[in-house]
Ligand binder design. Structure first.
Ligand code: HMG
Ligand code: MG
Length: 285
């Protein structure tokens, strides 16, 4: 049987959250609808964060309620707190994600609290998600390097990943937020995380600033990881990770996986159309 790899699509959220010029809600809806034709089964549509922090995501409810839903696709959203969770559920998100950092500096800059405070803040979100029967995903940012604190100790990544799993996250996405991870740092980080969690509960979320995302995916595949976050057209970046580029391009990941004999269920031609459109939404440099 062919080994299946799941791609978790990030373009509408991670891809567009840092665009300087406003992207119309209708264009975001169009992008999600195009992505829904590609065979992708998981799409992160938007984030219900404070619009003062991320203005580009102020239209989260309009986008989430405006998309055409295809059966079998999970339409997900980021929710930093209970307020975000309530907004996401009102807009009929199928799945939500909480997001923590393995480094204190990024935690403070990104969500305005320490790591310990963030884990406390996520507790009511996790309880509400459980009560509502909504799957909960978790992110750990800065898995190898932090823009504010420098190199991240692998044990810290393992600690935060385990804490998110204990809160009820069915999957923990390991975020190379800066895109500076290399074979040595990624391997040490995975060693530490695998001591706490199985590969089946992990996903790779690699930004491609250093051009190493594909080799980091290959390395993670060898270690048994079978879910990767990627952004169609390679669009994106994080407002609180200066200089970082977008997630690795979905089309590049699909090409790598198909060349290696993995099944993704994704149609490269439909994906190419979505990528062409995603790139038109970028602010001209
Ligand atoms: P805070 O200011 O500490 O929050 O922000 P607060 O609870 O003190 O509330 C302050 C104000 O924000 C209040 O309004 C709240 O109502 C409002 P005011 O009284 O001033 O009028 N507020 C909200 N409004 C709408 N929706 C909400 C919400 N919550 C509070 N959910 C907070 C804390 C976490 C809210 C803020 O820091 C925030 O929104 N941060 C999000 C930053 C972000 O979205 N970053 C990018 C996503 S993470 C990422 O890209 C990394 C990832 O891709 C993985 C990787 O690559 O590593 C996931
Ligand atoms: Mg990211």
């Amino acid at each position: 049987m062919t080994d299946h790899v799941t791609i978790y699509e990030m373009a509408p959220r991670d891809g567009l959250q840092d665009e300087k010029q406003p992207v119309a809600a209708a264009d975001k809806v169009k992008l999600v609808n195009l992505l829904s034709t590609t065979g992708l089964k998981k799409i992160e549509v938007t984030s219900f964060v404070d619009p003062k922090w991320v203005p580009q995501m102020a239209d989260a409810a309009e986008v989430m309620t405006g998309i055409d839903r295809t059966e079998g696709i999970t339409y997900a959203a980021l929710t930093p707190n209970l307020r975000g969770f309530t907004r996401a559920i009102e807009a009929k998100a199928d799945e939500v994600a909480i997001f923590a950092s393995a480094s204190e500096g990024f935690s403070q800059r990104n969500i305005n609290c320490s790591i310990a405070e963030s884990l406390e803040r996520f507790k009511p979100v996790a309880e509400a998600a459980r009560a509502a029967g909504i799957p909960l995903r978790g992110y750990v940012s800065c898995i190898t390097d932090c823009p504010y604190d420098g190199p991240t100790p692998p044990a810290q990544v393992a600690f935060v990943a385990k804490a998110l799993a204990n809160l009820g996250c069915y999957e923990i996405s390991l975020g190379d937020t800066l895109g500076h991870g290399v074979t040595e740092t990624m391997s040490k980080m995975l060693d530490a995380v695998f001591a706490e969690l199985p590969a089946t509960q992990l996903a790779g979320h690699y930004h491609d600033t250093g051009g190493n995302a594909l080799s980091n995916i290959a390395l993670s595949l060898d270690r048994g990881v079978r879910t990767f976050d990627a952004s169609t057209g390679g669009v994106g970046g994080c407002p609180y990770a200066p200089g970082a580029t977008g997630n690795v391009a979905t089309e590049a990941v699909v090409a790598l996986l198909h060349a290696q004999g993995f099944d993704t269920g994704i149609d490269p031609d439909a994906l190419a159309k979505a990528a062409t459109f995603a790139k038109t939404l970028r602010t001209p440099q």
